[in-house]
Design a protein. Sequence first.
Length: 357
Amino acid sequence: MSTDDAVPIGPLTEWLHANVAGSHGAVHVEQLSGGSSNLTFRVRDDVHDLVLRRPPLGRVLATANDVLREHRVQHALAATDVPVAAMLGACADVSVIGAPFYVMSMLDGVVYTDAEAVAHLTEADARAASYELVDVLVRLHAVDPSAVGLADLGRPDGFLERQVRRWRTQWETSKQHDCPEIEEVADRLSRAVPAGAHTGIVHGDYSFNNTIWERHRPAVMQAVLDWEMATLGDPLTDLGMLVTYWGPVGERLWRARAPQPHRANAGFPSADALVEWYARASSRPLDDVDFYRVLATFKLAVISEGALARIVERAPERAASTRAVVEELAAAALDQAERSSDPALNGRARAKEAYQR
């Protein structure tokens, strides 16, 4: 992919000069890494240092690649205590650079992507940053969507039921091999959907990887990034995914890459400690937290099966290792369910309950 193809300099320059206050002079563009699907570029002129986000070239997903949705959510959250980058403009006219896009302020911070990125943190800094990560999530989940103009961001009613159906359907669509554990976990999740779930803004992929931190105050978050999956639904799905990435499942998923940040020193708390911190900070009961953790692991297994479907076609020599990841994640999801106190998740507990009746 050419940067000039993704972000044509001439049309972008005209748009910036007309739509971003003070913009003038030659425009320079370079692609940045990061962003789970949308493309990210650094854009500089004589005045501004910006970040531009646009969908990938070619076929895109209407929901996952909706950059105008990203812009809308962050613009709405600017008036809250959730840290976000400053939104400086958005363009829905695809004739400008070939796709919708938006620009925001460039932040000079650090993304805690792996253990090396947090090697400079003391144990006290690591602990403080971990709990700040949770505190910001609590603040996001406390935002009233209606109060910030996001009441129509999603359909919260039936959110969890749709999540289970969606990922079960995705499994059937991308399935490359039989995996009884996945089918069993899907059945158990369908039975265990919590009643009376809360409603709030869901980030969709909340972790250290999608936040940026101050260089000289390493426990101070500058902004939450990558809002492409944001919606209205049950906020505890964010907590479930965060602590799933944090624990053994995350290690299984990313073991071919650098160690995860929370493995860097003893100051990083356990996943269970993060759950306890969230419970205290939010004052929300977390009796059903096992459901959210199992759902997150189930989702990661299905996503990995989707990756396997692509690998089988493009790089078959890697298929065996990816299939092993899927099976390990499926087994982990079932193991999580079996350790739950919820009879709808735990087959042994359900059998015991039936026997006692």
